[in-house]
Design a protein around this ligand. Structure first.
Ligand SMILES: [Mn+2]
Length: 296
């Protein structure tokens, strides 16, 4: 069993040293198709023990620069309002302590409390960057506003969320398309095939330049050949390298303040997905802290 994310020794994982905290949130209440996201955080942490500390691109062990402390998982009650409140409160205490919070879901609804805490604690407006196969812009779904298909709408209810920028979207409803067209200032959606050329980059950079950005990664945004273990898979997602490219542009232009990785639903005997998710989380952190070291 991995003792913590990356199975780090105490000197790199104790709370005082670590700049990063990983918060496991095994919440699953409203998933609509395949089940199993409640087992996501534990599977990602277990798989993370197989990720090499050494990063070839940066020619170092990036984790030595920042350290990662893994928190105890949040015990989730059955009511979704209570769940959101507990997530919000848990995150707030770590924001106050100056930690960079990484939320591990769980279904995508966990991001609502995570985003609320970041938005309210920031003096400036924040931008959400969402990697996802689905735009999650329905106002309600299956008679619930807390459904995982509605999270982006809930993000927009925070006054301090300036805009949502979406990547990898390839499954969308008529209601959501209408909403995007009407709210083009606050919502910009790049459909999966639109990231194949370089046309998205200039607008993306101009929308985030110098801003605070929260990154939410629904693993179904990435191609199912990389991460098949998710409840609502869609063909033709972002490649591994495209995902990394988006994140590099993000951290080069903006200040990444927090991230989450959600909707992993592990399949017994098939570890590729949770390993890819763990490696992606570590890569995002490596990119963020390398950027800080070199450029700021
Ligand atoms: Mn999704």
């Amino acid at each position: 069993m991995a003792a913590n994310f990356l199975d780090l020794p105490d000197k790199l994982s104790n709370y005082d040293f670590a700049k990063v905290v990983v918060l496991p949130i095994p919440y699953e209440a409203t998933v609509t198709y395949g089940k199993g996201t409640s087992k996501g955080p534990a599977a990602i942490i277990e798989a993370s023990a197989q990720v090499e500390f050494y990063d070839r691109e940066f020619d170092c062990e990036p984790v030595e620069k920042f350290g990662i402390h893994t928190l105890s998982e949040i015990k989730i009650p059955s009511s979704s309002e209570e769940a959101a409140r507990r997530i919000y409160e848990a995150v707030n205490s770590h924001i106050k302590a100056g930690k960079f919070v990484v939320g591990l879901g769980g279904e995508h609804s966990v991001s609502v409390g995570l985003v609320k805490a970041q938005a309210e604690s920031s003096k400036e407006p924040i931008t959400i960057v969402q990697i996802d196969a689905h735009s999650d812009l329905r106002d309600s779904y299956e008679e619930s506003e807390n459904n995982h298909a509605c999270v982006a709408r809930r993000f927009l209810e925070n006054k301090n969320v300036e805009q949502i920028l979406q990547f990898g979207i390839r499954s969308i409803s008529t209601e959501e398309i209408k909403f995007i067209r009407k709210n083009f200032k606050r919502v910009r959606t790049w459909f999966a095939e639109e990231t194949e050329s370089d046309d998205w980059k200039d607008e993306f950079i101009s929308r985030i330049l110098g801003k605070k950005v929260y990154l939410t990664i629904d693993v179904d945004g990435i191609d199912p050949s990389v991460i098949p273990a998710t409840g609502t898979p869609e063909p033709d997602g972002l490649s591994w390298n495209k995902t990394i490219e988006i994140i590099k542009i993000l951290t080069g232009a903006a200040n990444l303040i927090s991230l989450d990785c959600v909707e992993l639903a592990p399949v017994a005997g098939m570890h590729a997905s949770e390993y890819a998710a763990a490696k992606l989380v570590y890569k995002v952190l490596a990119i963020k802290y390398n950027t800080l070291t070199n450029n700021r």
